[in-house]
Design a binder for this molecule. Structure first.
Ligand SMILES: [Zn+2]
Ligand SMILES: [Zn+2]
Length: 477
């Protein structure tokens, strides 16, 4: 899927062969207004469905929260989610899932639940990985796990709330398994490794899952996902129609000059001066080369060079990130970085290498799916608790799924009312247990409503069959 290209400037570029199908934010004005959202088919017996979900949830809630605490206490880094994957697979098998596949994209798990009635296939995804962050929370179930990461001894914790995501999805699995005979279609449960990125030198995450065929056999017609949100109270959910999270790229630059005495710069070529000029000039890409209405960020996060105050070094290394939404803007930023480096090092007498690694594409919530499903969120948590969120320049590899099939990704409030949480990826990040049942109710009803609405309004493909349709499994005995 990934190819490495070398251009005339010695720029190495790593990019996905697939071109993302999203537009930039400039197209956002054309998206449907969320408040006008109306489901295509009135959902019958809605009260009955909601009551059934709540009834089953009441029975499983405590055990799911205990699972959340177990996962929280046993966090595992990306591509190393061994115990978490066993816990997940055991849970799905105990629920009587039709199929449980393991070892996908290293440690991923996929469970297939076929309903008793014919209908479409829908997928739901939770990420399982933790982070090299030493937890500092008052939780009795806090993590004390330590490991070695990139040569350093680090604490490991669920500082991005992926333990909540797994627990919610296990709860959804429990409820839908108990309602399977009346389920019109098939639900594919995807438990994904390495959302935060695989360790250097490894592949992993949503990209690898898609490459390994996770969206085939059976192919879903839509995918749902959620992320806990440290800036939102439990009980609230957030949604962004259209572009929601940015594309995330990572670059490494090596500027090479010629070493000399600090008092004799005319005898060398100073890479620190060239690198400094490049850092400053990069900021003119945003301000001078791009449409001001198109979002973009270029951040140089690392500058490394020199050994002594009176020596001009021969090399400066830099690393940073680029965040964009519009694929054309992404192309333009990469191109201009190369041109700027070529111009500055050419003028200064040095050379450079730019290793531009295209990471996660932008996460785009399918506008039409958003219009169809937002009423469900409003019904389940109350319209006043559904917050329309602005797009952010953060990223999420759910994008790889949402580039293949229409995606619906929302934020789940996690802060205990009256409590606090540190930000994502910080030691005092705190996602309260009470977020779990809210997430379960929301996601279960989204999947049920999607299946029921899609089963009642099949979208017929050009071959004359309903896209992704699955016949119902025989009713359980
Ligand atoms: Zn994160
Ligand atoms: Zn995360």
């Amino acid at each position: 899927m990934i190819s490495r290209l070398r251009t005339m400037w010695g720029i190495r570029s790593r990019r996905s062969a697939r071109r993302p199908r999203q537009a930039g934010l400039a197209g956002i004005a054309a998206l449907p207004v969320l408040a006008a959202a109306v489901p295509l088919t009135p959902l019958v017996a809605q009260d009955t469905q909601d009551a059934r979900v709540d009834e089953v949830l009441a029975g499983v809630q405590d055990s799911i929260i205990r699972l959340r605490e177990t996962i929280h206490q046993n966090p595992e880094l990306g591509n190393r989610e061994f115990k978490t994957a066993v816990l997940v697979a055991d849970h799905l098998r105990a629920l009587g899932f039709d199929e449980v596949r393991t070892g996908i994209a290293h440690t991923g798990v996929v469970g297939i639940l076929r309903g008793g009635l014919p209908g479409p296939v829908v997928a739901v995804r939770a990420d399982m990985d933790a982070l090299p962050v030493t937890e500092d929370t008052p939780y009795p179930f806090k993590s004390t796990v330590r490991t070695t990461y990139l040569g350093q001894e680090v604490g490991v914790s669920h500082a991005c709330g992926h333990d909540i995501h797994v627990a919610v999805q296990l709860g959804v699995a429990a409820i839908l398994a108990s309602m399977r005979d009346e389920l019109p279609g098939t639900v594919k449960f995807i438990f994904q490794p390495a959302e935060e990125g695989p360790p250097p030198g490894e592949e992993g995450g949503a990209d690898l899952m898609v490459a390994e065929g996770v969206l085939e056999d059976p192919a879903p017609s839509a995918i749902f996902g959620l992320h806990s949100f440290a800036e939102m109270e439990v009980g609230k959910v957030g949604f962004t129609s259209g572009p929601a999270l940015a594309a995330v790229d990572h670059f490494k630059i090596r500027v090479t000059g010629k070493q000399s005495h600090g008092a004799a710069p005319h005898l060398g070529v100073d890479p620190i001066v060239m690198a400094s000029q490049a850092v400053t000039a990069f900021q003119t890409i945003r301000s001078r080369n791009l449409n001001p209405l198109e979002p973009s960020v270029i951040t140089v996060g690392i500058v490394r060079g020199g050994t002594r105050f009176n020596i001009i070094p021969d090399v400066v290394e830099m690393e940073g990130t680029v965040r964009t939404y519009n694929p054309d803007v992404r192309d333009a930023v990469e191109r201009r970085m190369g041109e700027i480096l070529a111009g500055i090092t050419g003028a200064g007498g040095g050379t450079f290498e730019l290793d531009y690694d295209r990471g996660t594409p932008a996460t785009i919530n399918d506008p039409e799916l958003g219009v169809r499903m937002l009423p469900t969120l409003e019904r389940v948590v109350g319209a006043e608790n559904v917050v329309a969120l602005d797009p952010t320049m953060g990223g999420e590899d759910f994008a790889y799924f949402a580039n293949e099939v229409p995606g619906f990704f929302f934020r789940l409030g996690q802060v205990k009312p009256g409590g606090t949480s540190g930000g994502h990826h910080t030691p005092d990040f705190q996602a309260d247990n009470s977020a779990v049942p809210v997430g379960i109710r929301a996601m279960t009803n989204l999947l049920l409503d999607y299946l029921k609405e899609a089963a009642a309004n099949p979208r017929v493909s050009s071959e004359g069959s309903a896209a992704g349709w699955q016949s119902g499994r025989p009713a359980t005995e």
